[in-house]
Design a protein around this ligand. Sequence first.
Ligand code: DOR
Ligand code: ZN
Length: 345
Amino acid sequence: MSETLSLRRPDDWHLHLRDGAALSAVLPHTAQRFARAIVMPNLAPPVTTVAAAKAYRDRILAALPTGLDFQPLMTLYLTDSTPPEEIDRAVESGVVFGAKLYPAGATTNSQSGVTDIRRIDAVLERMAERGLTLQVHGEVTRPEIDVFDREAVFLDTVLAPTVERFPALRVILEHVTTRAGADFVRTARNGVAATITPQHLMMNRNALFQGGLRPHHYCLPVLKTEADRQALIDVVAAGNPRFFLGTDSAPHARHTKEHACGCAGIYSAHAGIELYADVFEQHGFLDRLEEFASGFGADFYGLPRNTARITLRREPWTPPPSYAFGEHELIPYLAGQPINWRLAA
Ligand code: DOR
Ligand code: ZN
């Protein structure tokens, strides 16, 4: 067994960086590992304009410790009233690389999201024309739909018709969690892809209730069944280029997760590449890591692959019980549990 692993430097195609003190706390973890990241726009208030995206990008770059080379790739938050001209401005900005569809009410800070996809037809048309990628939180929010079925129902009732109605639209099903989602993306027309998080490769929904209620395993879309997890493992094992790395690292202060109504989100940026190395190796396809982490995503976005490299060493380490998070604490994924691969300095 090899003791070191050299990889083309990876990118994180789905990341939450927050703002202010929280941004400063988490950004170094990502920037140490990843050359670029698609930065989600669900701040409060959300990043709905190119002007706001540029200002947010400036704050990210200002928070970047010197010596770290990192490029934030910005996104716009779509609302019912996003004007198609905002898409033109996004494409022409050179700093915005997609627009995110949050169905209203689906997740953290999605209250201003889209209430009915038909309301943004003109925007989707413009995105298809101009080649701007649609990043999708793929869950319906209707209260009668079981929380574990929300992704599958979204595929049938929203995503499949949208992909057909806009044949040139580039679409990413973010943080795919189900066999239905993996099958949909595998068999969709060209221009459809998905990101996969470490937690959805590593855990099934039993992890939410392992010996008691586990708020630090709660994210959205929620963890699914073992058969769903296996389906994600299978598409990655096959080296399918439509599936690539997106951690969905989503930091929340400890007290807001360990709460009567805890926030959704798992923080994984502290081990954003190492976690994938562990799970890929455990399933016997470590040789698939480099394309998944450092190739397929850049190709899908039409961006050059990175040329720098990183090294992982087989050297078990343990994430600390918590990190500082402004005035608060942040509990990392796998706090206190061993991770086999370690990023070399
Ligand atoms: O678990 C999640 N956390 N899922 C999301 O879609 C949003 C994210 C967040 O922003 O905290
Ligand atoms: Zn997310």
